[in-house]
Design a protein around this ligand. Structure first.
Ligand code: GCV
Length: 658
């Protein structure tokens, strides 16, 4: 008992990552928490170690917002609703975890917070059979929802302000709307309600046919309209605060209104009308592209711009941050600055489909902040993130992938926070312990914060520098396969469609002379991107077919620069491992070993990426790899034979490691 008391919660419960950033120790002397009863009170009673706290409801504070003020010895949290009180409570607990002092020393508080968006939502790509599309952390947590796990999920999300969750894959199976599935959704909704989280469902547009037995799913057909109305009413009887539908329509083989000669607006508005009496919403995705399109990056704009202003008030168009598909670097999707009369929300991908799955440490906040440097946060209505959560003990497969879930929530609350602020908060909560809380934790935090901040750019360097994109392995998308081009696979699912390597150079010509994609951007950016001499070098091969001898700002040729970028990425990945190795004295052994194992994979994968891409592109460039860098150590033919035998529902155990 004495040992337990001395070493605290951490030792008693182990450090397996299951408590995420909420590694709160139960308060020994229950603080006096008075005022509004509810989850906020329970959380503070259990974990707050400071002085008395009063929870009070107050009009005039924005929805979900709160104030925290010190009044003498007391701290008063005020909010207009229960969710606001809960967010205030978690703010206080975060201060407690981040302070190197005692919680009793937290004084003189005068905090006022309100979220940037009313809707801060996770999208789970979970299937009814328990698989998770692009999920790298095990199986669906919703398959057999474990009450303890659901509680932790609710707490974790509420602690960072997330207030909505879409329970199933956008590639929605019709049975998502069966009575059995709706009963399960109800049970999950009941468990998440105390944490201010509403549930939403992805729907299959052909459900009236597949579930309802109708002959059509035409959104203008009266029987179809009636079917959806009844279905929506059925859902609200079970889940009175149901949030609404997320829809992937006429995309990658999913059914949609175009199958019946109707538009996205016809489809979305029909559903919106059924949901409107219940205050439900439709999130209609703009992720569309046709196999015959000469430039996939043009497609969403072409389909959605003509519909600008035609959507019902309770429809939000959900647009991926980039125009292609969650690549390590893309320009922002031009729809964001083009559409003027339609509510829009951004969809980020928290799960690392194209960024090393759950094997690479890649902190995504800098990527999302880059998006916000082009798209004003205020121009959006909401923020969605494709979850990286599964039933793995540590929830996300990689301990550092938890930081991306955390950062998504924090940015959805306040997109003005810096990547560094968020990383520091997360590190302090996730890794500090009683024994390393002071100087040692600051060593750990200051070293790791730089690793986190540099990790996205490093990943771009060793995977796809200078604007190269979509050169991943087919199907599972792990590792390089710039040569992947099997017969019968649609062209826009193969890397040569994107990199267009030939004896002249590399990259997709999206200029006015090329696909014209630059025209979708505002004039100033259009001009900037259109000219190879002004186009930012980090997007060069995105917008241009760059000649191998094009002179770069560094004075090197494009080919030499490409080689160096890949090599720099490899060195960075090795550096991350070296920094982590030096952290051993400050990190518990389980998490130290697990992260070290992953960083070793990452360093080897970075080498694999460099070697595969440079040797393959060299077959087009016919130029030597510069002498002043490390040369490939793997053999191209062998790498081209290598396949990882996994599906899109699994995390690879390792990459190429001959
Ligand atoms: C859910 C990409 C992914 C698919 C995903 C799709 C989408 O194409 O590879 O797995 O499907 O995006 O966002 O709808």
């Amino acid at each position: 008992m004495l040992v337990l008391l001395l070493t605290g919660w951490s030792a008693a419960y182990g450090e397996d990552g299951s408590r995420l950033w909420l590694r709160l120790e139960a308060a020994h002397n229950t603080a006096t928490i008075t005022g509004v009863k509810g989850t906020a009170m329970t959380e503070l009673q259990t974990y707050w170690q400071g002085g008395p706290v009063v929870l009070k409801r107050q009009k005039g504070i924005a929805r979900d917002g709160y104030t925290i003020k010190s009044q003498g010895e007391k701290i008063v949290i005020a909010a207009a609703n229960d969710a606001g009180l809960l967010y205030g409570a978690y703010h206080l607990l975060r201060l407690q975890q981040c302070t190197t002092q005692n919680a009793q020393s937290i004084k003189d508080l005068d905090i006022k917070e309100q979220p940037a968006y009313d809707l801060r939502i996770l999208n789970h790509w979970d299937n009814p059979n328990g698989t998770v599309e692009r999920g790298f952390a095990g199986r669906s947590i919703f398959l057999n929802p474990d009450p303890e796990r659901m509680k932790m999920y609710g707490r974790a999300n509420a602690s960072i302000g997330i207030n909505g969750t879409v329970l199933n894959n956008v590639n929605a199976k019709p049975e998502a709307l069966s009575s059995e599935s709706l009963q399960k959704a109800k049970s999950i909704a009941d468990q998440l309600r105390p944490y201010g989280i509403r549930v939403y469902l992805s729907i299959n547009f052909a459900s009236p046919i597949k579930v309802g037995g109708l002959k059509t799913a035409d959104p203008l057909n009266p029987d179809v309209i009636h079917w959806w109305k009844d279905k929506v009413n059925e859902i609200y009887k079970l889940i009175p605060d149901f949030g609404g539908f997320l829809v992937k329509a006429n995309s990658e083989g999913e059914p949609g209104p175009q199958d019946f000669g109707r538009t996205h607006a016809d489809g979305a508005n029909m559903l919106a009308k059924a949901l409107q009496p219940h205050k439900g919403i439709v999130m209609w995705r703009a992720f569309v592209y046709a196999p015959q399109s000469p430039d996939r990056a043009n497609q969403a704009y072409l389909e959605f711009m003509p519909l600008d202003g035609q959507f019902a008030d309770n429809v939000i168009i959900q647009i991926k941050n980039g125009p292609v598909d969650f690549q390590p670097r893309e320009p922002y999707s031009p729809l964001f600055t083009a559409m003027q009369k339609t509510p829009m929300m951004v969809e980020f991908q928290i799960t690392q489909e194209y960024l090393g799955a759950a094997n690479h440490l890649v902190y995504l906040a800098p990527m999302w902040k880059e998006f916000f440097s082009f798209v004003k946060p205020a121009s959006l209505r909401a923020m969605a993130g494709v979850a990286n959560i599964g039933d793995d003990t540590n929830w996300c497969g990689h301990h550092f992938a938890q930081a991306n879930w955390y950062a998504f929530g924090r940015l959805a609350w306040n997109p003005e926070l810096t990547s560094k602020e968020i990383a520091e908060e997360w590190l302090a909560q996730t890794f500090s312990t009683q024994s390393n809380q002071n100087s040692q934790s600051s060593i750990l935090n200051s070293q790791l914060v730089n690793v986190m901040l540099d990790s996205r750019e490093a990943c771009v360097s060793y995977m796809m520098p200078l604007g190269i994109h979509h050169i991943f392995a087919g199907t599972h998308h792990y590792g390089p396969e710039p040569w992947y081009n099997p017969r019968g696979v649609r062209a826009d699912w193969t890397p040569p469609y994107y990199h267009r390597a030939d004896s002249v150079g590399l990259g997709f010509d999206r200029t006015m002379q090329g696909s014209g994609n630059v025209r979708q951007y505002p004039d100033e950016l259009c001009r900037l991107y259109n000219d190879i001499n002004t186009c930012p070098e980090n997007l060069l091969a995105w917008f241009h077919h760059v000649p191998w001898d094009h002179r770069m700002k560094s004075g090197r040729t494009f080919w030499d620069e490409l080689c160096h970028k890949y090599d720099d990425g490899v060195h960075e990945a090795r550096h991350f491992l070296a920094v982590w190795d030096a952290m051993q004295p400050y990190v518990d052994s389980q998490r130290f070993d697990e992260v070290q194992h992953k960083l070793r994979i990452q360093a080897r994968d970075a080498e694999w990426w460099r070697d595969a891409c440079l040797l393959y592109f060299q077959t087009f460039s016919h130029r030597p790899i510069p002498q002043d860098m490390e040369h490939p150590v793997h053999n191209l033919n062998e790498m081209m034979q290598f396949r990882i035998p996994i599906t899109m529902y699994e995390n690879p155990e390792y990459g190429y490691n001959k």
